[in-house]
Ligand binder design. Structure first.
Ligand SMILES: *[C@@H]1O[C@H](CO)[C@@H](O)[C@H](O)[C@H]1NC(C)=O
Ligand SMILES: *[C@@H]1O[C@H](CO)[C@@H](O)[C@H](O)[C@H]1NC(C)=O
Ligand SMILES: *[C@@H]1O[C@H](CO)[C@@H](O)[C@H](O)[C@H]1NC(C)=O
Ligand SMILES: *[C@@H]1O[C@H](CO)[C@@H](O)[C@H](O)[C@H]1NC(C)=O
Ligand SMILES: *[C@@H]1O[C@H](CO)[C@@H](O)[C@H](O)[C@H]1NC(C)=O
Ligand SMILES: *[C@@H]1O[C@H](CO)[C@@H](O)[C@H](O)[C@H]1NC(C)=O
Ligand SMILES: *[C@@H]1O[C@H](CO)[C@@H](O)[C@H](O)[C@H]1NC(C)=O
Ligand SMILES: *[C@H]1O[C@@H](CO)[C@@H](O)[C@@H](O)[C@@H]1NC(C)=O
Length: 904
């Protein structure tokens, strides 16, 4: 066993600092109250501040029984998308810190779905947070040596629920506390820090521990934690001071209590977070019992499978050179399992059983150095203050920023920069030319000035977009030396001089029109393709507008990312020669199919062939297939052969919302109100992702109840997004054709042809009215004389206070009127004539979620009268439904259960 002698080096330093530490708040302590609104001091004397500088995420207030600490009454949560959300903290370089993050779910989203997501520290995956109880705080700690002046903590990869965080704390160590010889390559992730023989369940921390380490009480009965305690284990304690030498060691209060194995053994089994792996493990002993002159306490540590460790004999008093003094044997590199069983056993010549005061185990967590281009890209973003430049963390890991694509190397490279139309001013940042792995550069549509820099360092560049800026000077002839350059767009700038002949003789798409002082110059025409018009330009523009919500790596870089191209025969076979038609809509007929691997698919055969050219089509489809969200129907691939174009989607078992509201599938009984609210919530989440998870937003343009599909669990996904764009024929400009479905179409968009996200909100308002009323959006009979339109009809009733007049009679009275009103009022806001008067989809989503919690609260009361069976089934559908992951076969839907006779 080796002792820690390192503190000797820190002593002079300690003495020097002594006089300047008098302020109330410990220097080097940062305590962020996530979602908090104001600064405050807690009862320990720690100063908390809100995380209100963060521009991402939303805040929530929660209330958990017996948790009164202010920092646990708020939290911040983030969308469940494929981005990362980062906190940036200031630190002092070459200093060690304890970083602590904590998570108290408290059912903040009224979803009762326990979130699961990843936490990373810079580019290093730190841990996965799995919430398993709404009222229990999950806590993770990391010890690190700062190597620069900032560190990042990021949440990402929501597998269930929404990522959230309650607190984030930094505690600065001084001197060589927690130095390890591996610290350049490894962090220490804290797995256990236990105070044995504790007098209460409360942990010991600041101010007893000057670094605010949390020494957990061994009396807390956590599941799977500290079990297998041997018979005869007893607590002991003393009031006498224990000499612990320095504050690197456990605080005196921790050392004043211990457990003793009165029958000769101390045995424990505990689960070690983060293990198996190699770790740092120390035990802390102090003799705090008075032994008689003839008595002795000698024991050994026994670790299963590690016989060598059992050789050393501990005699605390001898090892510590006295009573009430600390002895701290440990291992700086020990291999440990997840379930650690250990035993201290007395030697045969010892009169007393073993004693232990405290224990500390940390796991070595290997650092990931992150992307190669980190330094260069930080220089680039340091020129800008917009949100995209503040995403934080590593540019590529664990997921890339929203506007870059990265290679998939262990140390990734930036391969695409997608900064079209971001209002960039000033020169093209020179540091971009240091991104030597760059393949695509999109800087078009900004206000960039100055000249085009020399890209000689970026030999992989294939596509350069600099058009529609204010660039001056000549086109550098060095561009001709880029061996892979295939597309160069510099039109509509203020460039001058002549087009370098090297570029003119290259096999290249080159557009330099709209530069008044730029001349073609003399050259022999060879393979040059000059595009002055905009036919390909328009198609490329389409790609640019949705490119930046794509989080996967560049299409040029990773061919595996290209949308799957199915062969016609494969589709022919899967659909059994287009046998089973399952739907038809504005874009074409949909067929059912089963792939060879058993996966069920829906094949949409697009109606006409006014679609873009083959390459643009497959590019567009590739982009659509990369949009992933649990409430968006996944595009699996496409097929373009035999003169037809097809899109292949995941198959949704329960058809469209339309069919369930008033189609033949209802069989006279339709879905109940809570289910309708859940469908509204799911759809709103999908739309919210299109509007806010993609930059710039993707506007659906054709939302309607037949575009909301239902899976086996009756959870909803939005389909057909992006198709309006796909159908734009090559030549015409994107926004020149109004597209949409009568009854759902935003009247303002129809008149002005200006498409905004509020057009989708209008359509969604119509869907909400359908959910309330069970009526179609347009009907010749239902709405009375002179009225064909659900909006006019509903408005008339709701505004005169007669909500009953529009509620679907098949809902009987199984709904809460308050939740119904909430939705009705919001629906009317959504269908306001002017876009600026309509709420955002996120606001609508909030309202739906409020209505759901109202409905669930009253449902519980209503259930009081119904039988056990139906209560259970409603319950299970909520949990499973909102998890929405793998299909559970023995699912019992609400509809089935409420159609059962109940004991009302
Ligand atoms: C809260 O504390 C009270 C009193 O200490 C206790 O009776 C109750 O069980 C606690 N509730 C929870 C949920 O822990
Ligand atoms: C996201 O989490 C899931 C489950 O925890 C895991 O299987 C997957 O590898 C993670 N993805 C990434 C990109 O880390
Ligand atoms: C533990 O020791 C006590 C007395 O020291 C004895 O009575 C008891 O039987 C022992 N228990 C076991 C399991 O050895
Ligand atoms: C610990 O020891 C193992 C070999 O026993 C070695 O491979 C490893 O690099 C050491 N350090 C860490 C931090 O695991
Ligand atoms: C660019 O500036 C305009 C006008 O100031 C603003 O409306 C627009 O949102 C900005 N775009 C971006 C991407 O910041
Ligand atoms: C599909 O392929 C399988 C085997 O590859 C064949 O048995 C089956 O007849 C094919 N079906 C159609 C409709 O072509
Ligand atoms: C949903 O689909 C499943 C499987 O196809 C079916 O058993 C169930 O009845 C459907 N539910 C409704 C409400 O239609
Ligand atoms: C570290 O160095 C010495 C103290 O300065 C101790 O007395 C201690 O105060 C310093 N430790 C801390 C916690 O700041």
């Amino acid at each position: 066993m080796e002792s820690r002698l390192l503190l000797i080096f820190s002593l002079p330093y300690i003495l020097l600092l002594l006089s300047c530490l008098s302020s109330a708040q410990k220097p080097g302590f940062v305590s962020l109250d996530c979602g908090g609104k104001e600064k405050f001091s807690d009862e320990l004397g720690l100063d908390w501040s809100p995380d209100d500088k963060l521009t991402y995420g939303e805040t929530s207030t929660i209330s958990v029984a017996n948790e009164t600490r202010k920092q646990y009454t708020t939290l911040r949560h983030f969308p469940a998308d494929s981005r990362k959300y980062c906190y940036t903290l200031d630190v002092v370089s070459r200093t060690r810190y304890l970083l602590r993050a904590s998570f108290l779910y408290g059912n903040f989203d009224n979803n009762n779905v326990y979130p699961k997501f990843d936490l990373s520290f810079g580019a290093t995956h730190w841990c996965t947070i799995v919430i398993s109880d709404a009222n229990t705080i999950e806590m993770r700690e990391l010890i690190f040596l700062a190597t620069s002046s900032k560190v990042n903590v990021c949440l990402s990869n929501a597998t269930t629920g929404q990522p959230f965080i309650s607190t984030l704390e930094l505690r600065q160590f001084n001197g060589s506390v927690y130095y390890t010889q591996f610290e350049e390559q490894f962090y220490l992730s804290v797995s256990a820090r236990i105070n044995f023989g504790a007098e209460s369940d409360a942990p010991i921390r600041y101010p007893d521990d000057p670094f605010d380490r949390i020494w957990e009480s061994d009396s807390v009965k956590k599941a799977n934690y500290l079990v297998d305690v041997a018979v005869g284990t007893e607590k002991i304690s003393t009031n006498l001071p224990v000499d612990v030498n320095s504050d690197e060691m456990p605080p005196v209060k921790v050392m004043q209590t211990a457990v003793v194995g009165t029958n000769g053994s101390l045995t424990y089994r505990l689960n070690l977070d983060g293990f198996p792996g190699t770790g740092w493990a120390f035990t802390y002993f102090a003799e705090i019992e008075d032994l008689g002159p003839e008595e002795s306490r000698k024991f050994r540590l026994v670790l299963p499978g590690q016989p060598d460790i059992s050789k050393a004999v501990v005699n605390i008093e001898e090892n510590a050179q006295g009573k009430y003094r600390l002895y701290e044997p440990g291992f700086t590199n020990l291999s440990l399992p997840f379930v650690l069983s250990f035993r201290f056993g007395k030697t045969s010549d010892s009169s007393r059983g073993p004693l232990v005061n405290a224990l500390e185990i940390n796991k070595y967590l290997e650092k990931n150095d992150g992307s190669v281009d980190g330094a260069a890209i930080s220089e680039v973003i340091s020129h800008y203050s917009a949100d995209w430049a503040q995403e934080g963390g590593d540019p590529c890991l664990p997921v890339p920023w929203s506007w870059v694509h990265c290679s998939s190397d262990p140390q990734p490279r930036l391969v695409s920069i997608l900064l079209s139309s971001k209002n960039l001013t000033g020169n093209v940042p020179l540091d971009i030319t240091k991104l030597t792995g760059l393949v695509e550069l999109w800087l078009d549509g900004n206000m960039l000035t100055g000249s085009i820099p020399d890209f000689t360092g970026c030999m992989d560049l294939k596509i350069i977009h600099l058009e529609n800026n204010r660039l001056t000077g000549e086109i550098p002839s060095s561009l001709a030396n880029l061996p892979n350059l295939r597309e160069l767009y510099v039109q509509n700038n203020m460039l001058s001089g002549t087009v370098p002949s090297g570029l003119q003789s290259k096999d290249l798409v080159l557009n330099y029109s709209g530069n008044i002082n730029l001349h073609k110059g003399s050259s022999k025409k060879s393979h040059m393709f000059v595009i002055i018009g905009s036919s390909i330009g328009a198609a490329v523009l389409l790609i640019a507008t949705i490119a930046s919500c794509l989080l996967a790596s560049s299409k040029n870089d990773a061919p595996a990312e290209v949308a799957h191209c199915f062969s016609f025969s494969e589709i022919e076979n899967a659909t059994n020669n287009f046998e089973k038609k399952i739907g038809a809509g504005g874009f074409g007929v949909v067929y059912y199919g089963v792939l060879k691997d058993g996966k069920e698919i829906a094949v949409k055969v697009l109606i006409n062939n006014s679609y873009q050219g083959k390459r643009e089509f497959s590019n567009e489809v590739t982009l659509l297939s990369r949009i992933h969200h649990r409430n968006l129907v996944q595009l699996l691939g496409y097929c373009r052969e035999e003169g037809s174009s097809m899109l292949i989607y995941e198959f949704m078992h329960n058809g469209t919302l339309k069919e369930h509201l008033y189609g033949p599938l209802t069989h006279g009984r339709s879905i109940n109100w809570i289910k309708r609210l859940e469908i509204a919530e799911d759809s709103a989440k999908g739309i919210e992702y299109l509007h806010t998870g993609c930059v710039p937003a993707v506007i659906h343009r054709d939302l309607k109840s037949s575009n909301i599909l239902l899976d086996r669990q009756m959870r909803a996904k939005v389909s057909d997004f992006g198709l309006s764009k796909l159908a734009v024929d090559g030549v015409s400009h994107v926004s020149s054709i109004v597209r949409g479905t009568v009854g759902y179409l935003d009247p303002e968009y129809y008149i002005s042809q200006q498409l905004t996200d509020k057009s989708d909100v209008y359509s969604f308002g119509v869907i909400l009215l359908e959910l309330i009323s069970g009526q179609e959006a347009i009907s010749n009979e239902s709405f009375g004389a002179n009225c064909r339109n659900i909006v006019q009809w509903a408005k008339l009733h709701i505004e005169s206070g007669d909500i009953q007049g529009i509620i679907d009679p098949s809902l009987r009275s199984d709904y809460d009127l308050q939740s119904m009103w909430k939705i009705a009022e919001k629906a009317l806001m959504c269908v306001q004539p002017h876009g600026h008067m309509r709420p955002s989809i996120s606001e609508v989503l909030k309202e739906i979620q409020d209505a759901i919690s109202i409905e669930r609260a009253t449902e519980t009361i209503r259930e009081g009268n119904s039988d056990e069976m139906s209560r259970q089934s409603i319950h299970s559908s909520m949990n499973m439904g909102s998890m929405d992951l793998g299909g559970t076969e023995n699912y019992l839907s609400i509809d089935e259960s409420i159609s059962q006779p109940t004991a009302r």
